[in-house]
Every structure is written in structure tokens, then in C-alpha cells.
Design a protein around this ligand. Structure first.
Ligand code: PLP
Length: 459
């Protein structure tokens, strides 16, 4: 197996570190997520689902810019729309019609969208959603489930909370997905204080549903499921329900998880796949709540930036016209099925599983025997995939550009990685000793508020 040349990547990284703390702008695009020594640190170009690093190595990409590239890099239709808009101007002194065009598209596709306002990052949308809920209910506390971005209200609950005033942590209470009892406890403990529940409507698992509590989409019971229970708890307690659809929107369904499951939240947050990697985000919601945006502060210079909006218009139209979601499920199912078959063949089922919805599946890595560090196992798989020209960071962000040939080639690479892992495990050898780079690290761990609720209940 040839070890790829990363000379230019490493040279640039050294240069960057002198003036750019951490050497990257996003934690999950730096050395914490990509094993230092075996992974490229700088990419130079992308086309479809393939990328080239600064040393000329080419990879099939499953990270896709941290998930937004639903159509693929340099999509011709998005590029055409963006170039056209660039020639007309990008940011204006008053509003532009594109704001209406994209708001109309959101209203058309998203069941809970009776209006929209735009931001740039996903965190802009989740942050204004929380502020809006607080303004409307005149309550400060909130319950949340999932990751929601870098702003104070969320980061205050993590162990990476330097510089965030302590009160943020005291106001935000996390609950585990599919655990309705835990959310009930939060509502009980902070009676009449919870402004909203903000949550990712799908994590790796889907909502528990039916009598058996299945999390499989095929068993989904529209009337009896976790999300229905969350919605009725919110209603009962006078709190707003906010779906953070930054990942699920335009990927799991063109109308988001709310359309897929038939459960309409009060507010919705969208970003990522909405504009194929050109920054724009949106808050959507019911008219009666959205009207409060006239008096709740959400205003910044690039709020109506036309480049992001032109990209969003082209992306959403293409997702609809080309039935992109159907492709994501088909290509993603081929990958997921193929991977789980290989895991079975190499007898690694106790250690690995490809889980989640096919449009964005995840490799679940479990502790097994003496192999107690999933990040070390991840680093080995990543290393072996990198050497076989697959850029991977544990999840599979399928795009319209991932065709059968890319999936087949990737499955060959996964097979080689699993074969190597199996050999190590079978011989009771150390995975660490087989790593040629530095192991991946976690970015942060969450302060598990649901544990503190449980503990305080016991006291
Ligand atoms: C579910 C979810 N919400 C919010 C965000 C924040 O989005 P951004 O990083 O664009 O601010 C992310 C980012 O990964 C996310 O996955």
C-alpha cells in the first residue's frame, strides 16, 4: 500500500499554525478530526464528490465540506446561478427580490414554514430561534437535544465553555434523544420556565414509535412516536417546539424531517444542504411566531446576501427537479448495505456498525475487549481509507454526485480497512502500533445536564 505524499499539506500547516490558531477554521476540519500524518490538511479543488489536495492526491469525499454539498462540489447549475448574481451584485443597500424567491421556496416545501428570515451559519438560525422563543414566552430556560452551533447558549453547556458566562449553562438543559421521561423531568423541575425545546428531529437513530418503540423508518407510526410526545409536552407546558433541521433539512426530505414524519414544529432552522455549500441559513415558522422577528433583534450586514440566496434558489430547485433525495437514499443504501455485509464477513459486528438513515449514515464504533478507544479504531480505519483515496470522518454525507462507481470503489477501500482491523484484533495486537499518524481526538464533551437532573431527583 503506497503511503500518500502530503509534503505540501504539511508545509502549509506549519505556515498556518504560525498565524492561524489550530490551523483550521472549523474543529471538524482540522487535525482533531483527521489523523495528523496520514490525512491531507489542505484541499485545493473539488468536483462532484471528488476532491484534490495540495499535493495532487485525489479522494472520494464522504465529508462533503461538513455536509452541505448535497449536489457536489462546483455544481454547474449552482455555479451558473452564483456567477449570474455576481455580475449583478452580491450585497445591496436595500432588499433584493431573491429574498422573496427563496422564502417562497421554503414556504412551498416546508410544512411548518409560513415565513422565513435568513442568516449565514446554522448557528444564526438556532440562536435566533431560541431568542424568539424566549421573547415570545418571556421565559429564559430551554431544553435541547443534539448539537446546535457555537453560540453562548449552547457552548455554555459543553466543557469547551471558556469565556461563556456561567448563567448560560444554568438555563439550558439537555435531554437524550428518544427519552421522553427525561424531558418530562426537565419540564417538572423548571415548571413554567421552559421557553422552548430545540432538538435535532433525527439523530443517528429515528424517533421511537409504535407499541414496540421501533426506531426503524419502515415501522414508523405517525400517531404514536417520540416526536409526537415531545410536541404534546411542549403544548401542555406552554413552550415552543423548534426543530433544528440544519442537517436534516433538504437531505432527509426536501421539506425536512417535519415533512418526513408529518410533525410540524413551531419554528424550524435550516442551513447546510439548502445551498450546496454557499453560506446561507434560514429560520422558518408559523406566522404568529415569526411576526415577533419585527421586534426581536436579528439583523446583520450580510443577512440578505444574494450569493447565498442565488445558490439556495438553484439548489432547492435542482433537488426537486432531479429527485436528488431519492438518489441519496439509493446510493446511501448501497453503501450502508455493502458496508454492513463487509463488517459481517470480517466478523467485526461487535465492534462496528453502519447505522442511521442511508442519506447520512454513520459508522458506529463500539468498545470491544481490550479495544476500548473508539477514536483509535476510527483513526486506523481513516488511515487505511486515506491510503485508498477515500476522505472519511466516520459519517457518510452522500451527494447527488456519488454514483455507483464511487460507492463500489469506496466499498473496496472499506474492505481493505476492515481486513486490516480484523487481522490486528485476531492476533490480539495493538491498534495504536499500527497507526502511522496521530490519533483523532474529540472536540468537546457535553456537560450531561440530564445526569444532573437525574442526580438532583435522587437527592
Ligand atoms: C444540527 C446542527 N445544528 C446547528 C449546527 C450549526 O451550524 P453552523 O456550523 O453552520 O453554524 C450544526 C453544525 O454542524 C448542526 O449539525
Amino acid at each position: 500500500m503506497k503511503r500518500i505524499n502530503l509534503r505540501n499539506s504539511n508545509k502549509l500547516y506549519k505556515k498556518a499554525l504560525k498565524i492561524i490558531p489550530y490551523g483550521a477554521q472549523t474543529y471538524s476540519k482540522g487535525v482533531k478530526a483527521f489523523s495528523d500524518g496520514v490525512s491531507p490538511k489542505f484541499l485545493a479543488k473539488g468536483l462532484g464528490c471528488e476532491v484534490w489536495d495540495v499535493d495532487g492526491n485525489k479522494y472520494i469525499d464522504f465529508v462533503m465540506g461538513n455536509q452541505p454539498l448535497i449536489l457536489g462540489y462546483a455544481d454547474p447549475d449552482v455555479n451558473k446561478a452564483v456567477n449570474k448574481q455576481l455580475a449583478l451584485g452580491s450585497t445591496f443597500s436595500v432588499a433584493n427580490k431573491l429574498e422573496i424567491d427563496v422564502a417562497e421556496l421554503l414556504v412551498k416545501h416546508i410544512p411548518g414554514a409560513e415565513g422565513a428570515r435568513f442568516g449565514k451559519n446554522g448557528a444564526d438560525a438556532t440562536t435566533i430561534a431560541v431568542r424568539l422563543a424566549r421573547a415570545i414566552t418571556k421565559r429564559d430556560h430551554l431544553a435541547f437535544c443534539g448539537y446546535h452551533g457555537w453560540h453562548d447558549w449552547f457552548v455554555g453547556t459543553t466543557d469547551l465553555n471558556g469565556g461563556v458566562p456561567k448563567f448560560n449553562e444554568e438555563l439550558a438543559h439537555s435531554f437524550p434523544y428518544n427519552d421522553i421521561e427525561n424531558l418530562e423531568k426537565i419540564f417538572k423541575k423548571y415548571k413554567n420556565k421552559i421557553s422552548c425545546v430545540i432538538m435535532e428531529p433525527i439523530t443517528v437513530s429515528g424517533p421511537k414509535s409504535g407499541i414496540n418503540g421501533s426506531t426503524q423508518w419502515s415501522d414508523f407510526d405517525k400517531k404514536k412516536n417520540f416526536l409526537v410526545d415531545v410536541k404534546s409536552l411542549c403544548k401542555k407546558n406552554g413552550a415552543l417546539l423548534v426543530f433544528d433541521e440544519v442537517v436534516t433539512g433538504f437531505r432527509y426530505d426536501i421539506g425536512g424531517a417535519q415533512k418526513m414524519f408529518g410533525i410540524t414544529p413551531d419554528l424550524g432552522c435550516f442551513a447546510k444542504a439548502m445551498s450546496n455549500g454557499i453560506p446561507v441559513s434560514a429560520i422558518t415558522g408559523k406566522k404568529e411566531y415569526m411576526k415577533y422577528l419585527e421586534t426581536t433583534f436579528f439583523s446583520f450586514t450580510y443577512g440578505g446576501d444574494c450569493i447565498g440566496l442565488a445558490a439556495a434558489k438553484a439548489t432547492i430547485n435542482k433537488i426537486e427537479k432531479k429527485n436528488v433525495i431519492d438518489h441519496l437514499y439509493k446510493a446511501g443504501s448501497k453503501l450502508k448495505k455493502g458496508m454492513n455485509e463487509l463488517i459481517k464477513i470480517y466478523d467485526l459486528e461487535e465492534m462496528l456498525e453502519c447505522s442511521g438513515y442511508p442519506c447520512r449514515s454513520v459508522m458506529t464504533i463500539k468498545k470491544f475487549g481490550k479495544y476500548k478507544k473508539p477514536l483509535i479504531t476510527k483513526s486506523l480505519i481513516q488511515q487505511e481509507l486515506m491510503f485508498r483515496e477515500v476522505l472519511w470522518s466516520q459519517y457518510h454525507s452522500i451527494s447527488y454526485s456519488h454514483k455507483n462507481s464511487h460507492i463500489d470503489k469506496s466499498l473496496n477501500a472499506f474492505e481493505a480497512a476492515f481486513k486490516k482491523l480484523k487481522k490486528i484484533v485476531k492476533n490480539n495486537n495493538s491498534i495504536e502500533n499500527n497507526l502511522l499518524g496521530k490519533p483523532c481526538e474529540t472536540v468537546f464533551t457535553r456537560v450531561a445536564d440530564f445526569q444532573s437532573v437525574a442526580t438532583s431527583q435522587r437527592k
